[in-house]
Write a protein that binds this ligand. Structure first.
Ligand code: ADP
Ligand code: MG
Length: 322
């Protein structure tokens, strides 16, 4: 019913950045090679995500807005055993219940569909000419949940959260071309050629990118790759440490600590390195929190991974300064 939909929506959709995250994950899941994001007023007025992915068949469009209708989990909630980023089938249901949403989609080989959903209610579904791909416009987020609207911070803060979300997505998918506009002005783009260093350059600037050292370490269980910045580029907070496991952005204090330990001798007190670390491993070595929007994970062989990451960082830094 309407109330339980709105309550569940609060779990997935906390702020405009949560909408951006869910829409981007869907575009990635649909095998998009190009994703464009257009925001008005930090997404409070409008969030538009356009992709060139697989699209949705006309007969599946309505289903996409039903909670759990698309759930891909069969036996247990294990994010890392499913290939797609989405897995609970509740993002579109949640987002559409607290906004005014327009969907335009086409699989390319038949007529596309346009659907309008306001506050969880399907207002219309009709044929639409659209090239292959999907376009979702989310307007007036939280227009029908004023309590939630009151929790939102300034445009500046909300835009900061969105930027962080897009940065993470771009860093974990260097093979996808991202383009982002805010109030008509281009904020950000990536070339989508698979080159992680070029994504880093778009996010952190040329100077940082030029000061990056490559990490590469293969062990039996883990393949570690990525970049760490030279000591002279340290920052005053740890948000510049990006961790990616099997193409999924994560947060993990143990790996953060391993990086800091490996970096140790080069870190003045209160300074943190800029790092983008990609870790590939068997999905069975990762446990994930079941909360739909959370990114915390636990590693089953934590100590082993800790040592490998710490050593990789240490080695790169020490080779560099010898
Ligand atoms: P989930 O991603 O967990 O399956 P969502 O509510 O996020 O659930 O999306 C519901 C379904 O809508 C997806 O499973 C997918 O089939 C379809 N869908 C959503 N966005 C897109 C997109 N950009 N391109 C293609 N299909 C999409
Ligand atoms: Mg999804």
């Amino acid at each position: 019913d309407d109330l339980s939909n709105k309550i569940a929506a609060g779990e997935v959709v906390e702020r405009p950045a949560s909408v951006v995250k869910e829409l981007l994950e869907n575009s990635v899941d649909a095998n998009s090679q190009w994703i464009k994001i257009e925001l008005l007023e930090a997404g409070l007025r409008s969030i538009k995500v356009i992709d060139d992915g697989d699209g949705i068949e006309p007969e599946d469009c309505e289903k996409a807005f039903f909670r759990h209708a698309t759930s891909k989990i069969i036996d247990e909630f294990d994010l890392f055993r499913v290939k797609t980023l989405g897995f609970r089938g509740e993002a579109l249901a949640s987002i559409s219940s607290v906004s005014q949403l327009t969907l335009r989609t086409s699989t390319g080989d038949q007529t596309g569909t346009e659907m309008i959903v306001h506050g969880g209610e399907i207002l219309s579904q009709q044929k639409h000419t659209k090239r292959k791909g999907t376009e979702i416009i989310v307007e007036n987020l939280f227009y029908n949940t004023p309590a939630r609207l009151k929790y939102l911070k300034t445009i500046h803060t909300e835009l900061g959260h969105i930027t962080e979300t897009i940065n993470k997505m771009a860093l974990s998918h260097p093979d996808i071309r991202f383009e982002c506009y805010h109030n008509g002005k281009r904020m950000f783009f990536t070339p989508g050629n698979g080159n992680l260093l070029q994504v880093i350059q778009q996010i952190y600037g040329k100077k940082i990118a030029q000061n990056m050292m490559k990490i590469e370490n293969d062990s039996l269980d883990y393949k570690i790759t990525g970049y760490i910045a030279k000591p002279e580029t340290t920052r005053s907070n740890r948000t510049f440490i990006s961790l990616i496991v099997n193409g999924r952005f994560i947060k993990n204090p143990v790996i953060n600590k391993a990086i800091l330990d490996g970096y140790h001798t080069f870190l003045p007190i209160g300074r943190y390195p800029i790092v983008v670390l990609q870790m590939e491993m068997d999905p069975y070595l990762v446990d994930v929190n079941v909360h739909p929007a959370k990114t915390e994970v636990r590693f089953s062989k934590e100590k082993e991974l800790f040592d490998i990451v710490k050593q990789s960082v240490y080695d790169v830094l020490h080779q560099q300064t010898l």
